[in-house]
Design a protein. Structure first.
Lengths: 870, 110
């Protein structure tokens, strides 16, 4: 009950008037119930009137109590308005929920993965450094080179190196391979990562041959595997059969989320200088730019090139931001694309909500005009509309947040697995802010339009507006909004179309090998437990045991699995060209494989033969020209005239290096990247290498997934301390390699679908309103014998014209913006004619379909009804 | 008789209300009925127009209200009557209105 005396008085008076009206109706012959109903119908909402009239005793100003009351009543009225227009309310809320939640989800993901600063102290001062080959490509750094760079550099506060390892963890559950980062003792301090417990490594622990048997756990591993044991420090952890003491726990918020343990790097200065296995990070000293650092490192590289010509001749250095390294250019571009799409989408949502609210407003102009004419004042009316808008925004925003929460759970589960920090995508403060701002701005921007409408025309002019004239209110603005909706829909759908085409092309790429029917897994044979002979003997036994499993057709081994995380590289030159400089060598991808690898993976032999038992390198039987197999791409590169490479010699790695005989040529396999031509490839027999973690590939007749438990069993039966690591059907790796293109295609397609729906709703509304506005005219035409098709076209024409304009603008906009998609497209031009023909056609059809129903209604209009209803 | 445009109502409405109240005080419902009846519907106003107009006139001091218990129903009604200021205002407006009608007549519009 209102506290304000004026309000109470007005209510009393209204109640009295209502009672008099009722009495009058009863006197005219209605029953008491009928009279009450009719009186209420004629009287309308007494609350509004009480609300809007000024208190004469205060000269029209309201008391504080009245202001609070006014706000409360505004909200109450807003709720009633919502209930009275359930369809409009539902549509507005649905549009808000979809638009805001889609935008919030995408923003949350992009924020977590791309926008957030790296979890280092002053991340802009942290850089990724490494070596460049004479051809200018970026490479990792070798241990001796790292030691020298670090000793001689003058640009950095400090440098640290990282290497990856996957030792087998035993003693905590089943033996399992864990991801480990071997780091310099300077690593944590350089990045500004403070241990949650304990400490980082000391220089002594990082020294080669020192007390290296220590580990730092990641927080995640500490909780997951050790239950967050507060007494974890000093506990022992067994890795590759050796005990390591836990000295610290590092925070989980790191740029390497999959890493479970950190071990000291202990760089070996005597390792081959050209064995590049480490990544290096550095922190720029105060006042030093990346260009300065690059010059410094390039000088050092030149020195090393002189001092160690066999390994370093012609090699340079690179320096790039840590952000570019950890997040990468592609991801940044994709993030930008998604944010751009979100922005467009929010504008579209705003336009759609605006359209819906305008439609409702045009039916309320009479109400608002009355209040305006009677001194309610524009401020009061705006206040009411703001209250309604705020209520819709809060409800819509709240619902959107719920959907966002669910959506983010889905994204975390179904999203590409290899994306760092994707698991951190959550509704944090930035996302909340974006969601709430988006819904508020959308509704307020949309709600202001009707208010401005009333203000501009002046309430009085519309007071006596009849039905059709009222429907005409705001039609110009609504028409513009429909054009905007169609333009944006075309843009978003075109983007989606391009990504779909690109993805389809990607899916259709011939990989050059047969991934279905294959299982891959790893085995770890650490150097201190397996020498080369033992390793070979283990692999022979494993091969025979797996081959004996029913259904298994072939078992091959390789240094790395297709689409694996590592891409070993090397250099090769034709021996007959007598290469004497590094520049003469061709950069290649290389693998060491067993003879059955090719049949296991399904790479066809094109010439010569595959590796056989005779090609095995034995220690006491050195081979003069060890055998190699090259792929088609390398053959064409080295012998472009089409000469047969079989029997020819190539030099391995560097001038004066080992000469190898080409014994066979195989088809090129796209097993590193799908979206680029495969690098030229050379294969050596597996026995050549001292690789401690080979990949095993098993081809089976049946379902590869069903083979996995048997493979695990067999591996453990050969050696109980060597489990099969992560057995996976190869098709899954193929699927995951295109995870990002698939994800961006799916997101944009979803946007496109919603954009289409919103555009359809918009044009439907405009056409329906046009029909309402022109009822009289239509009635006259029909009465005068107009053809149904003529009436149909008359109604539809306006909407089609708007759609056409919107589509035209949209195509231009899409062509302009699609340039930014370019890098993400595979084998599809950013101005792909098929897409830019199909999308406008589709939108045109949508426009036609959406105008169909109102047009049908117009054609079936009863002329008498139309003419009389005025 | 068709209702008139809002522009005219703004000028004529308050004058009509004050004129009726000048004859004798009335309560809201009564006034609405009288307007409709005496102007043959031309100046008919719904309650949503009339009451805010009354409050407006009251805030300007042109009318005043008081409560009186109705004899027939026993209900308390709010009666409105013209003040001295209201009468003065009405006389002024009436003179202006007469001048307007004369001018329109000379133009051939009345």
């Amino acid at each position: 009950m209102s506290l304000d005396p004026h309000d109470r008085r007005v209510r009393d008076e209204m109640a009295h008037h209502l009672a008099e009206l009722q009495a009058q109706l009863e006197a005219e012959g209605l029953t008491p119930d009928e009279a009450r109903e009719e009186a209420a119908r004629r009287f309308g909402d007494p609350e509004r009137l009480a609300h809007d009239t000024p208190d004469p005793e205060r000269g029209g100003r309201r008391s504080p109590a009245a202001l609070v009351d006014a706000a409360r009543q505004d909200l109450g009225f807003a709720v009633r308005q919502m209930r009275r227009n359930p369809l409009t309310t539902a549509l507005v809320l649905a549009t808000l929920v979809v638009g805001v939640s889609a935008s919030a989800i995408v923003f949350a993901v992009v924020h977590a993965v791309v926008l957030r600063p790296l979890p280092f102290e002053e991340p802009d001062r942290v850089v990724h450094v490494g070596q460049t080959s004479p051809q200018g490509r970026r490479y990792s750094i070798s241990e001796p080179n790292f030691v020298d760079f670090r000793a001689r550099q003058r640009s950095f506060v400090e440098m640290a190196a990282l290497g990856r390892a996957s030792p087998i963890l035993t003693g905590v559950g089943d033996p399992e391979s864990v991801e480990v980062l071997r780091v310099s003792h300077t690593f944590f301090e350089l990045l500004g990562i403070d241990p949650v417990l304990g400490r980082a490594f000391t220089p002594e622990e990082d020294a080669f041959g020192g007390a290296n048997d220590v580990v730092v756990l990641s927080e995640g591993a500490w909780v997951r595997r050790f239950g967050g044991d507060p007494a974890i420090l000093g506990r022992s952890v067994v890795l590759d059969g050796m005990a390591h003491r836990v000295v610290g726990v590092a925070p989980s918020a790191s740029a390497w989320p999959a890493v479970e343990l950190f071990m000291p790097l202990a760089p070996n200065p005597d390792v081959y200088r050209d064995d590049q296995r480490l990544e290096a990070v550095a922190r720029l000293a105060a006042g030093v730019t990346m260009e300065d650092a690059l010059r410094d490192l390039s000088d050092i590289a030149a020195q090393l090139s002189d001092e160690y010509p066999e390994s370093n001749d012609g090699w340079g250095a690179f320096v790039r931001s840590a952000r570019e390294w950890r997040i990468g250019e592609n991801l940044t571009r994709l993030g930008g694309l998604l944010l751009g799409a979100v922005g467009l989408f929010l504008i579209l949502t705003c336009a759609s909500v605006s359209n819906l609210l305008l439609a409702r407003a045009s039916t309320r102009t009479r109400e608002m005009s009355v209040r305006s004419a009677l001194g309610a004042g524009r401020a009061r009316i705006m206040g009411q509309l703001v209250a309604e808008g705020a209520l819709l925004a809060l409800l819509g925003g709240g619902l959107a947040l719920l959907v966002t929460f669910q959506g983010l759970c889905l994204v975390r589960t179904l999203g590409p697995p290899d994306v760092a920090r994707l698991g951190d995508a959550s509704i944090g403060a930035p996302v909340l802010l974006v969601a709430l701002l988006a819904s508020l701005l959308t509704v307020l921007a949309a709600g202001v339009a009707p208010a401005l409408l009333v203000g501009r025309r002046g309430g009085a002019g519309l007071l006596r507006a009849t039905g059709s004239a009222a429907a005409g209110v705001g039609s110009g603005l609504r028409d513009t909004l429909v054009v905007v909706q169609f333009a944006l829909a075309v843009t978003v759908v075109s983007g989606a179309g391009l990504l779909v085409r690109s993805f389809v092309e990607l899916q259709g790429v011939d990989l050059g090998f047969e991934a279905s029917g294959v299982v891959r897994f790893g085995v770890r044979l650490p150097d201190d437990q397996y020498d080369q002979v033992a390793r070979q003997s283990y692999l022979d036994v494993l091969h025979d045991q797996i081959r004996a499993i029913p259904g298994v057709r072939a078992v091959g081994m390789s240094t790395v699995s297709p689409f694996g995380p590592m891409r070993p590289s090397n250099f090769v030159a034709r021996s007959d060209r007598e290469p004497d400089r590094q520049e003469d060598f061709t950069p290649v991808s290389w693998r060491a494989v067993t003879g059955d690898y090719f049949s296991a993976v399904g790479i066809p032999l094109l010439a010569g033969r595959l590796f056989g038992p005779e090609d095995r390198a034995e220690r006491d039987r050195p081979v003069r020209n060890p055998p190699v197999i090259i792929d088609r791409a390398l053959a064409d590169l080295l012998w472009p005239d089409g000469e047969d490479p079989v029997g020819r010699l190539v030099t391995w790695f560097l001038p004066g290096g080992q000469q190898c005989e080409v014994i066979g040529v195989v088809a090129s396999a796209r097993d590193e990247r799908v979206d680029a031509e495969p690098r030229p490839r050379i294969y050596r027999p597996f026995s050549f290498t001292a690789w401690d973690q080979p990949a095993v590939l098993v081809r089976t007749e049946g379902d590869p997934g069903e083979l996995i438990p048997e493979l695990r069993r067999v591996a453990l039966s050969v050696d109980p301390t060597v489990p099969a690591i992560a057995p996976t059907p190869l098709v899954r790796d193929v699927r995951e390699i295109v995870a990002w293109p698939r994800f961006s295609m799916q997101v944009l397609s979803l946007f496109g679908l919603v954009a289409l729906t919103l555009a359809a709703m918009g044009i439907y509304g405009v056409t329906a309103l046009s029909v309402a506005r022109r009822r009289h005219e239509i009635g006259v035409r029909v009465a005068l014998g107009a053809e149904p098709s003529g009436v149909h076209w008359m109604v539809v024409r306006h909407g089609i014209r708007l759609a056409g304009l919107g589509i035209g603008v949209g195509v231009a906009l899409a062509l302009l913006l699609s340039r930014f998609l370019g890098v993400l497209l595979y084998d599809v031009s950013a101005a792909d004619p098929a897409t830019f023909l199909l999308v406008p056609t589709l939108l045109g059809l949508v426009a036609l379909a959406s105008t169909w129903v109102p047009a049908r209604r117009a054609v079936r209009l009863d002329p008498r009804e139309a003419l009389v209803s005025e | 008789m068709t209702r008139v445009a809002e522009a005219w109502m703004r000028g004529a409405g308050p004058m009509a209300v004050l004129k009726l109240l000048d004859r004798h005080e009335m309560y809201g419902y009564e006034l609405a009925e009288a307007l409709d009846r005496e102007s043959a519907g031309v100046l008919a106003m719904g309650h949503s127009t009339l009451y805010p107009l009354l409050y407006n006139l009251e805030s300007k001091g042109l009318i005043e209200r008081h409560d009186r218990r109705a004899e027939d129903t026993g209900r308390v009604r709010k009666y409105y009557r013209v003040t001295a200021a209201g009468r003065a205002w009405l006389r002024k407006r009436q003179a202006e209105w007469a001048g307007l009608v004369q001018a329109m007549d000379r133009l051939g519009l009345a």
